[in-house]
Write a protein that binds this ligand. Structure first.
Ligand SMILES: Nc1ncnc2c1ncn2[C@@H]1O[C@H](COP(=O)(O)OP(=O)(O)O)[C@@H](O)[C@H]1O
Ligand SMILES: [Mg+2]
Length: 347
């Protein structure tokens, strides 16, 4: 029955209203011994930013490649706007665009030349190509750099041009594979603004990231991926709530007391603590609120421990754990230790 339908192009390529942008179940991809994807399930509602969050090697790029039809899965299935990524790859390709490691821009060409070339390749006439190029360069803050060869661009400029190149024709689904990895905070913010603008115009965005705050900032839903599997899924709020515990966030008066404060908290709460970007901030999960002690009681005891050691706390709040804390709780290891270090190094 299904086979018969698939022979009919009209039925095969017709979009069904209300289809999720992506529906994947049990995707596997095996490289030798390595299960890059190990039964990955994903449902991405249309019209939103969906975050796929995971450390290096989690399987993010492999998922994107499979969903964008660049790679055949070894098992499971996936549909993009109702079209099977293997059997209806052309219909999928017509709807998606991606940027990341597959950057299509040429280093030897200028920004303008790259975009004009792409516009022409995608069938725009000369005048339309010029107009679209100018519009994109302007929107992405690249007008001044337009005449320079891309090899002389900064990382942030290059990333912006990559994204511009991927939306020359507005795709229904845009894959952004770690669009801000390695960018300084200012360029990151520019990319975030671009993502928000793209989604506002109706494009669904699947964004992979190693940055928990990025997923929190941009995504309506997040899948946490580890070892080729989704280990948690939900809205940022649900993810945090699913951990079932709260967190205490502290602002210290003296940054040189932070290490001491972390040690005290880690010992008392029996939880690893996290360093925030700001060096006077510390946060820690509060262990399961069991027995007689509520969260406030845990917190007040923790504060007492700090005061016994003359650690000055200017401000504290109780709330949901951050996404970093979620990852720590889910996997028993920090999500991206190297990112914390990188953040610290950025001015
Ligand atoms: N072409 C390949 N050949 C062999 N192993 C691969 C290949 N591509 C990815 N892998 C492995 O599969 C796992 C997932 O990789 P990847 O999807 O690139 O992760 P991520 O993008 O989350 O960093 C990693 O262990 C990686 O080393
Ligand atoms: Mg990757």
């Amino acid at each position: 029955m299904e086979g018969k339908q698939n022979q009919k192009g009209s039925i095969m390529t017709k979009d069904r209203d209300g289809d999720p942008a992506i529906e994947a179940s049990g995707l596997t991809k095996i490289y030798g011994e390595k299960r890059a994807l190990d039964g990955l399930d994903l449902t991405v509602p249309a019209g939103t930013v969906y975050g796929v969050l995971g450390p290096n090697g989690a399987g993010k790029t492999t998922s994107v490649k499979v969903l964008a039809t660049l790679l055949r899965p070894d098992g499971g299935q996936a549909k993009v706007f109702g079209h099977d990524v293997v059997r209806e790859a052309d219909a999928v390709r017509a709807r998606v665009s991606l940027t990341g490691q597959y950057a299509s821009v040429d280093d030897d060409l200028t920004g303008t030349e790259n975009l004009i070339l792409l516009c022409r390749l995608l069938g725009h006439g000369k005048a339309a190509a010029k107009a679209r190029t100018e519009q994109l360069l302007n929107a992405f803050g690249l007008t001044e750099a337009a005449g320079r060869q891309v090899k002389n661009y900064s990382g942030g400029m290059r990333r912006r041009l990559d994204i511009a190149a991927s939306i020359v024709n507005t795709p229904d689904l845009l894959f952004l594979d770690e669009p801000t990895t390695g960018l300084d905070p200012r360029s990151r913010n520019q990319v975030w603004d671009i993502v928000r603008a793209v989604v506002k115009r109706g494009t669904t965005v699947l964004l992979t990231t190693q940055y928990l705050d990025e997923a929190d900032q941009l995504a309506s839903r997040i899948a946490v991926v580890d070892h080729g599997k989704v280990i948690a899924e939900g809205t940022p709020g649900q993810l945090k709530a699913s951990i079932g515990v709260g967190a205490i966030h502290l602002r210290l008066r003296h940054s040189n007391q932070r290490t001491d404060a972390q040690n005290v908290l880690a010992r008392f709460l029996e939880q690893p603590t996290l360093s925030e970007h700001d060096e006077v901030l510390v946060s820690a999960r509060i262990p399961g609120v069991e027995g007689d002690a509520g969260m406030a009681e845990w917190a007040s005891k923790a504060l007492h421990e700090l005061s016994l050691r003359d650690i000055v706390v200017d401000e504290f709040s109780l709330g949901q754990p951050s996404l970093d804390e979620v990852f720590l709780a889910l996997t028993d290891r920090p999500a991206t230790p190297e990112n914390a270090a990188k953040e610290g190094a950025n001015r």
